[in-house]
Ligand binder design. Structure first.
Ligand code: NAD
Length: 502
């Protein structure tokens, strides 16, 4: 990549080559902890670039789909090994462009490693079914088949993990991809694609086009060459993607917003619950789809919990994620910070009690970044906007309940359905809550975050559209079933019509 006096210029990756956008425009990527730090200059691509990438992916599909899956997987094992070797550098790059603390970006790269090893294993499984036929001398089975070209559209909060959750299962199943990363974190996308290139993935199988959601995203959701659109991002954009892809009957996989709840019962280990709420609420600066932005606490332990939660929150060290002592980084962008500031005002206007935080940190070591104090509102009414709308920042709403039933009702009273958790020592309460929370993920005595790559990940209601990533469920997104019947009787046999005499 050419480096100017100030920053490196990064290109798109199309048909096995790093190329500039046909339109000749670029955009800057800056460090959210220090906006003087210019990380790189990236291609502001056009529809023409997307069309070139889709054409390359369509050509490559014709040979990639025929490569035996265990052989495709061998390349993916190599991808995982290279990620292991480059983990530290890629984690540092990620903290610099995304803002979350180094330990968390190491976790992000690790998730990509785990997913790649796991999915590469699927190259030797990808089980179908063989079933007995109802007719004699007839064989019946089903196999997974790839679909073709997949559009992969990702957000900025997990800049390597989420692309890996989509691209790797797509590839092992025999598809080819065009990948559009979020414009806030294009360096991690470049790093991931570089690994795929270096591992020897054939040209055209993986393509990457950076740029605006509208200009790049629209052809990725509407072009006739695309068979699958896999999108992770906001519910607002997910709806646009869904509608854009519908006329072409594309398979659309959507992972969208969340407003996740931790429920704390009167028999909970309160110290453990506070640990969980700190990690769930302020990990990744609250910028996780699974962030615990709502906490519902039994009235018998409410005061004690709030006192401990506030006291611990006040000790969190906010700063540049590359520094060892930092526990919470900045918001990822000015827009994200403004959303946080807006919702803090909304909370105050609605009459919630601001018990800690509530302000931007803008002086000294924080002067050049998008920093905000970790913030807690107590005595929140479940009907308030801060209790219902996704803020995607370090703001937690604490609510009071009188019973498990009430906690579950509050937990379910949002439009999202991603993750929920309960802290209790009572197995009956734990199982009741597990059954009755309408979410895709549920935790007992742990916060709302902590998914592992070998179980399905995704949500209900306005969080998802019924698909899941991770686990074998990801293969359901990136493959289609073909049922096959082989009649070796040598005569016409009619299912459901010919009567078998036993
Ligand atoms: P976003 O919706 O703004 O953008 C997501 C991606 O869509 C980006 O790459 C963006 O450029 C692209 N895009 C924008 N407009 C488009 C269009 N018209 N057509 C096609 N693509 C378009 O989301 P974000 O701010 O990047 O990420 C934060 C959101 O993502 C939050 O709502 C969060 O909850 C959600 N998220 C969900 C999950 C999950 O698994 N459910 C995981 C992580 C993040």
């Amino acid at each position: 990549m050419p480096t100017t006096a100030t920053a490196t210029l990064y290109n798109n990756f199309i048909d096995g080559a790093w190329v500039p956008s046909a339109g000749g425009e670029t955009f800057e990527n800056r460090n959210p902890a220090d906006t003087d730090d210019l990380i790189g200059i990236f291609q502001k691509s056009t529809r023409k670039d997307v069309e070139a990438a889709l054409a390359a992916a369509a050509r490559a599909y014709e040979s990639w789909r025929l490569v035996p899956a265990p052989k495709r997987a061998e390349l993916l094992f190599r991808v995982a090994q290279l990620l292991v070797e480059r983990k530290e550098q890629y984690s540092r790059d990620m903290t610099r462009e995304m803002g979350k603390v180094l330990n968390e970006t190491r976790g992000d790269v690790q998730e990509a490693i785990d997913m790649t090893f796991y999915m590469a294993g699927e190259g030797r499984r990808m089980f179908g079914q063989t079933v007995p036929s109802e007719l004699r001398n007839k064989f019946a089975m089903s196999v997974r088949q790839p679909l073709g070209v997949c559009s992969i559209i990702t957000p900025w909060n997990f800049p390597m993990a989420i692309p890996s959750w989509k691209i790797i299962p797509a590839l092992v199943a025999g598809n080819t991809v065009v990948f559009k990363p979020a414009s806030q974190t294009p360096l991690s996308a470049v790093n991931f694609v570089k690994v795929l290139e270096d591992a020897g993935i054939p040209k055209g199988v993986v393509n990457m086009v950076t740029g605006d959601g509208d200009e790049v995203g629209t052809p990725l959701t509407t072009h006739e060459a695309v068979r699958v659109v896999s999108f992770t991002g906001s519910t607002h954009v997910g709806r646009i993607v869904n509608q854009a892809a519908a006329p072409g009957f594309k398979k659309v996989h959507l992972e969208m917003g969340g407003k996740n709840v931790i429920m704390i019962m009167d028999d909970a280990d309160l110290e453990l619950a506070v640990d969980g709420c700190l990690w769930g609420g302020f990990g990744t600066t609250g910028q996780r789809c699974t962030a615990a932005s709502r906490v519902v606490v039994h009235e018998k332990v409410y005061k004690s919990f709030v006192d401990q939660f506030v006291a611990r929150t006040k000790t969190l060290v906010v700063g540049d994620g590359l520094q060892d002592r930092t526990q919470m980084g900045p918001s990822n962008s000015e827009g994200q910070l403004n959303t946080v500031l807006k919702y803090v005002q909304v909370g105050k206007d609605e009459g919630a009690k601001l018990v800690t935080g509530g302000s931007r940190l803008g002086s000294g070591a924080h002067a050049k970044g998008y920093f905000h104090e970790p913030t807690i509102f107590a005595d929140v009414d479940p009907k308030m906007r801060i209790a219902r709308e996704e803020i995607f920042g370090p703001v937690v709403s604490v609510m009071r309940c009188r019973s498990l039933d009430e906690a579950i009702a509050i937990g379910n009273a949002v439009e999202y359905g991603l993750s929920a958790s309960i802290y209790t020592q009572d197995i009956n309460r734990a199982f009741t809550a597990m059954r009755d929370l309408y979410t895709g993920i549920f935790y007992v005595n742990a916060p709302t975050i902590g998914a592992e790559v070998h179980l399905p990940f995704g949500g209900t209601k306005h969080t998802g559209n019924g698909h899941r990533e991770a686990g074998v469920a990801a293969l359901d997104v990136f493959s289609e079933w073909k049922s096959i019947y082989i009649d070796f009787s040598g005569k016409l046999q009619r299912a459901q019509i010919d009567v078998e005499q036993i």
